[in-house]
Design a protein around this ligand. Structure first.
Ligand code: APR
Length: 272
């Protein structure tokens, strides 16, 4: 059970947010947890079921395709289905509300596009997006999927988890997002371990962190570099850093609790 939210901390955080001229929101999987998308490192999180040493690298995924195609289908389904079914939650909407009142740059590690769907207009996706399909080298955008297209792919992948010819059926199911088409090979625009971060988003994120005067760090364990350096860059530039997380503190102020609960209260305290 989380300790009740410290009212004094909320007042101070609200004051900083109200007075800020340029805000950065640095978000991780925790901001989408209440939309039904599992986090990575919490109990029952993604990496507990699918070891990152296999599933967080392109080589590991290719090896899984040959050795354990049904497990790979289960992994692909576990990634795609929650994203395809997810809707923005009150945390995403509160962040978009701040953006309607002052310049906000959202730097997200998430690939679910929920910030944009909630109304945030400046979103930097430093780990890419499940909705973007690119050329194999990542340099050329091929297509942007709709949520209903992603839902259809998720359903076909779900069926490939069972029965025979799993790999063949999986490859057919994911062909709109990964495979070889008439314009060459394509893949999802995702940044896996060992990849360089998405550009120009990462360069723009560094610039925004160094120029902001208030940074909200929402729902991230802060373990994966270089993205996890964003709050430190903001701090070094003199920004006030406010952490919103039920489990991990940090920054100048820690508002302990779920993003979907705290952010609407923080925004109401700051602007109403
Ligand atoms: N509200 C706010 N925070 C939450 C909530 C919630 N409802 N539920 C969980 N959290 C917090 C956890 O306490 C934890 O600090 O969200 C954080 C989730 O941490 P991770 O699972 O490590 O996710 P993240 O920090 O986004 O991981 C970073 O690691 O594997 C890579 O590419 C992957 O982008 C990901 C990166």
């Amino acid at each position: 059970m989380n300790a009740p939210l410290d009212n004094e901390a909320l007042n101070i955080a609200a004051w900083h947010l109200r007075e800020a001229k340029r805000v950065v929101v640095f978000s991780g999987a925790g901001v989408s947890a209440e939309s039904g998308i599992p986090t990575f490192r919490d109990d029952g999180g993604f990496w507990t079921e699918f070891p990152p040493e296999i599933y967080a690298t392109w080589n590991g995924i290719l090896r899984a395709a040959t050795k354990e195609p049904r497990r790979l289908a289960a992994f692909v389904h576990a990634v795609i289905a929650p994203i395809a079914d997810a809707e923005p939650n009150p945390a995403h909407r509160a962040i978009a509300e701040v953006g309607r009142r002052k310049p906000v740059t959202v730097v997200t590690q998430n690939i679910d596009r929920l910030h944009q769907r909630a109304g945030s207009t400046r979103v930097l996706e430093v780990h890419g997006s499940m909705y973007e399909v690119v050329s194999l080298n990542g340099k050329k955008s091929k297509r942007t999927l709709t949520q209903s297209q992603l839902k259809r792919i998720a359903e076909r992948v779900r069926r490939a988890k069972y029965g025979v010819l799993s790999l063949a059926r999986l490859l057919v199911a994911i062909r709109p997002i990964a495979g070889v088409g008439i314009t060459g090979a394509h893949r999802p625009n995702l940044v896996l371990f060992g990849d360089s971060l998405a550009e120009p988003d990462w360069s723009d994120a560094l610039k925004a962190a160094k120029e902001c005067d208030c940074l909200l760090s929402v729902g991230t364990s802060g373990l994966v570099l270089p993205a996890a350096m964003i709050p430190a860059y903001a701090k070094d530039a003199g920004a006030n850093v406010i952490t919103i997380d039920p489990g991990e503190g940090g920054g100048d102020i820690w508002l302990r609790g779920k993003a979907g609960d705290i952010l609407p209260r923080l925004v109401a305290r700051a602007f109403d």
